[in-house]
Write a protein that binds this ligand. Structure first.
Ligand code: F0G
Length: 480
């Protein structure tokens, strides 16, 4: 929730109280430098004990509610026919209005099953934007991912409220060029993660559906960030200003043939599922579920998480839950903009995204601009962010570097986890870093995995800039 104070200033305000906490500590900069060097300048390699504020991701790191935790206590561990599954099924029916539900251990497992069943070599899968795991699975199945975003989507300094929209004309052109028979489905990702958490409008989703339906192309909806997209529709699409989050979700779901999500985001648990009203799709996917995930009624998820997910799905339709991260991201971005730090605008749904190309104009993409910035942010603050740029794009089949459209350093805001004073601390240190940006140079790989290299890749700082940055920090700010 956003609250206007009596002095006119607006602040995000929590509509919950904190009853369980996890201790964190800020280790001195010498320790941070050691951790960074040992971890190959890759923030995925850091350990929690070395991290002060963890903004790597909002995936699986959200605060659960008391009701979610309570539900976990009554889970049913039956291998087949467990009652927890039927509670999830009822929640999916109520909140999303789908009849058939296939639980999976997390979002990428849903993508794996969709790829396995629907994507054949030579197929083309259009989408408003890719996600890393999505692309990996669809390409491993022999398909090609075709991103058909609008021209505005890559403008990080924009006022366009729906940068997650699919370009309708480009979609029509793609059908003409490849033929509908080569397109197993069209994928729409709610609050496009890699574009900086940017939503699509309901008007756009309707237009996409109309064309897809004309050509018998199923609409697949990645709803990992569905409640945030619904929240943006309510805020930004006039026609829906008076509708509830639940009503907006229902209206979106009327258009969807196959729904899947990572339950680690909007529904604040760890797991995922595929859902549909089409028995044909359900029957096509079902046999593969026990092969790769687990029996239909748990699909690789802990039954405790299934219980919590059933509650989390209902809770995400509460406007204060749907907006909990969005409003903190808005405040976070606004404070950085005030301090002249280049961030993606409009602010998105899951994180404050710093535009690393603008932040470090002297570091070329070939030296991994946003990876270098993520490493520097950790060094200067103990805050862990994530590279969302060229390191997150694997090389092509010839081994050539694929330069990312955007070089973003993502400061994720897990739902209901961090407070305004912690955000202010991050703003302060990122601003300091921006004022000393010349100290930050590029990175180069020393160990490079062949797929999803951003997870385990090891890099080093070109001309040892980490040590120099630490020295200046200590002189100006101190050990911490
Ligand atoms: N789709 C979207 C839009 C996602 O953001 C993610 C994960 C997935 C699918 C895959 O789901 O992790 O449960 O297997 N996003 C995480 C992130 C990893 O950090 O943004 P998963």
């Amino acid at each position: 929730m956003y609250l206007r104070l009596s002095n006119g200033k607006e602040i995000p305000i929590e509509t919950h109280k904190v009853r369980i906490v996890q201790k964190t500590s800020l280790v001195p900069i010498a320790e941070r430098l050691r951790a960074l060097e040992e971890g190959g300048y890759n923030t995925f390699s850091l350990r929690t004990r070395d991290i002060f504020i963890d903004m790597l991701t909002d995936s699986g790191t959200n605060a659960m509610s008391d009701n979610q935790l309570a539900a976990m206590m009554v889970s049913d561990d039956a291998y087949a026919g467990c009652e927890s599954y039927y509670k999830l099924k009822a929640a999916v029916k109520d909140v999303l209005r789908f009849e058939y539900v296939l639980p999976v251990h997390q979002g990428r497992a849903a993508e794996h099953l969709l790829a396995k069943v629907y994507v054949k070599p030579g197929d083309v899968v259009p989408m408003n934007y890719h996600f890393t795991t999505t692309r990996a699975h669809f390409e491993l199945a022999g398909g090609t991912v075709l991103e058909i975003f609008t021209d505005e989507a890559l403008n990080t300094q924009s006022t366009n409220l729906f940068k997650g929209n699919l370009d309708i004309q480009k979609f029509k052109d793609a059908i003409k060029k490849f033929g509908a028979e080569k397109i197993p489905f069209i994928r729409m990702e709610a609050t496009t993660n890699l574009l900086g958490g940017q939503p699509f409008s309901l008007e756009n989703l309707k237009a996409v559906k109309e064309i897809a339906a004309d050509h018998n192309i199923p609409l697949v909806f990645d709803g990992s960030l569905i409640s945030e997209n619904a929240y943006f529709i309510k805020q930004r699409e006039k026609k829906y200003a008076k509708r509830s989050i639940q009503e907006i979700i229902w209206e979106m779901m009327e258009l969807v043939d196959i729904f899947y999500l990572s339950g680690r985001k909007s529904s604040c648990v760890r797991g995922g599922f595929i859902a549909t009203n089409n028995k044909k799709h359900f029957e096509a996917l079902k046999p593969w579920l026990p092969v790769y995930e687990g029996f239909l009624t748990y699909g690789g998820m802990s039954t405790k998480e299934i219980e919590a997910m059933a509650v989390g799905l209902r809770e995400m339709t509460d406007i204060n839950v749907a907006g909990s991260a969005v409003e903190f991201v808005r405040y976070f971005a606004q404070r950085l903009i005030e301090n002249k730090v280049p961030v993606v605008t409009p602010p998105g749904g899951l994180a404050c995204h710093v535009d690393a190309k603008l932040f470090l104009p002297h570091v070329p993409q070939s030296e991994y601009t946003s990876g270098a910035l993520a490493a520097a942010v950790y060094l200067a603050s103990g805050v862990r962010s994530m590279e969302r740029g060229t390191i997150s794009c694997d090389r092509d089949k010839e081994g050539k570097e694929v330069y990312s459209d955007l070089e973003l350093t993502r400061l994720a805001v897990p739902r209901r986890v961090y407070t305004m004073s912690q955000i202010e601390y991050v703003v302060d240190r990122v601003t300091w870093l921006h004022e000393h940006k010349d100290l930050v140079k590029g990175l180069r790989f020393v160990e490079e995995p062949p797929v999803l290299r951003f997870f385990f890749g090891k890099l080093e700082a070109i001309s040892n800039w980490g040590t120099k940055l630490a020295r200046v920090f200590r002189k100006e700010i101190g050990e911490y």
